[in-house]
Design a binder for this molecule. Structure first.
Ligand SMILES: NC(=O)C1=CN([C@@H]2O[C@H](COP(=O)(O)OP(=O)(O)OC[C@H]3O[C@@H](n4cnc5c(N)ncnc54)[C@H](OP(=O)(O)O)[C@@H]3O)[C@@H](O)[C@H]2O)C=CC1
Ligand SMILES: [Mg+2]
Length: 340
């Protein structure tokens, strides 16, 4: 029997900020998202995060910490001019968010310019997004992922899929319109359900053949059109491992930029402890099996798994802390620990 969804945690933003400042910030953000003139003005006093072919620019501080440099718009214009480019290109920047001080934040891809020339002028390095996720701390990782996802969406949605005519963006980049068909396109995410299945004592983890050696994760799958999240969850578990889910608890959600934008909805689920025989769909998964609390606890201690001299991990390990799969596994381990 499916149980009603239950919120297991309260995100920090729900409790720690005064509602007045949050409301005014969201209204300011919405205004610059919707109004081209307001957005142009916000860009003049805003911050820009640079990307090169979708790889974000990071800067290493003297203390060895990697940061996402927030450049001023006039600095980016200066860089473009120094490199013989039109400074007006900066108007192609896409609005991502705004700071607590209402400063607008934009992403801008300089992929048409030579990478090393920009890196030298900015005293930074363009880094693949997966690596950047490992190097950045706190709220910078979701911010950089959001900036990249929006840039990618614009780069791949230049034409209307109905009329074949070019689409045109608004100033903030929150939408694209085809003047021929009248269709408005909005940045898109694919809903994915990710679930940690437990039989009360063990949890079920699986791996795809493309995962790094030794890494197992919670089971995931894209929602089909017309499905509820609960239906998608039950179907994916039935398809991938041949088990029937009995109860579901909502845990949290995450925007996941790899390989394209997904909206990950994370849940815990239980199966009948007398019906735990796994039958793996070998097209989807290389392996899936039950893990004990001890095995999971050990895997959670690795920040990076031990590797052999070929650089291959030698142990069972789980996704890193920035992946919502890690949080599900951590929550399950904590719950089991409390029970024992
Ligand atoms: N953040 C996290 O903690 C984790 C995130 N994930 C992410 O979850 C996502 C889904 O997991 P996965 O197990 O691969 O999904 P599925 O079990 O649904 O299987 C993947 C298959 O679905 C098809 N597919 C690809 N894109 C879409 C789409 N937009 N809508 C419908 N079907 C699609 C592809 O088939 P075909 O190739 O035949 O077209 C693909 O091989 C992945 O992007 C993965 O990166 C997974 C685990 C952890
Ligand atoms: Mg899957």
């Amino acid at each position: 029997m499916l149980q009603p969804l239950r919120i297991l945690f309260r995100p920090k933003w729900m409790v720690s900020r005064s509602s007045a400042s949050y409301v005014s910030r969201m209204r300011h953000l919405n205004k610059i998202k919707e109004e081209d003139e307001a957005c142009r003005a916000a860009l003049q006093s805003g911050n820009i995060f640079l990307y090169h072919k979708l790889a974000p620019l990071l800067r290493r501080t003297d203390s060895g910490i990697y940061q996402l440099p927030a450049l001023q718009t006039k600095d980016v214009e200066g860089i473009l001019e120094k490199l013989g480019e039109d400074k007006e290109m900066v108007k192609e920047s896409i609005l991502i968010n705004c700071t607590e001080q209402n400063k607008a934040q934009f992403s801008f891809d300089v992929g048409a310019i030579e990478q090393t020339a920009v890196e030298e002028l900015c005293r930074g390095t363009f880094v693949d997004l997966r690596k950047a996720f490992f190097l950045l701390r706190g709220s910078e990782a979701p911010l950089v992922a959001r900036g990249q996802a929006l840039l990618r969406w614009h780069q791949t949605n230049g034409f209307c899929s109905f009329s074949g005519q070019p689409t045109h963006r608004n100033q903030s980049g929150s939408q694209r319109v085809c003047h021929s068909s009248g269709i408005t396109y909005y940045p898109k995410m694919s809903p994915v359900v990710i679930v940690l299945v437990s039989d009360g004592k063990r949890c079920l983890l699986g791996r795809q053949s493309t995962f790094p050696r030794g890494m197992y994760s919670a089971l995931a799958g894209f929602c089909d059109i017309g499905e509820t999240m609960e239906e998608a969850l039950r179907r994916e578990i039935a398809e991938e491992v041949g088990l029937e889910v009995e109860s579901i608890q909502y845990s949290g959600s995450q925007h996941w930029p790899f390989p394209q934008s997904s909206f990950m909805v994370a849940c815990h689920a239980t199966v009948n402890p007398d019906k735990t025989q796994v039958s793996v769909d070998k097209v989807e998964l290389e392996d899936a099996r039950w893990f004990s609390l001890e095995e999971v606890q050990e895997a959670l201690t690795f920040k990076a798994p031990p590797r052999n001299n070929k650089g291959e991990p030698t142990v069972f390990w789980v996704p890193p802390s920035y992946a919502i799969a890690n949080r599900l596994i951590q929550e399950w381990a904590n719950q089991q620990h409390l029970k024992s």
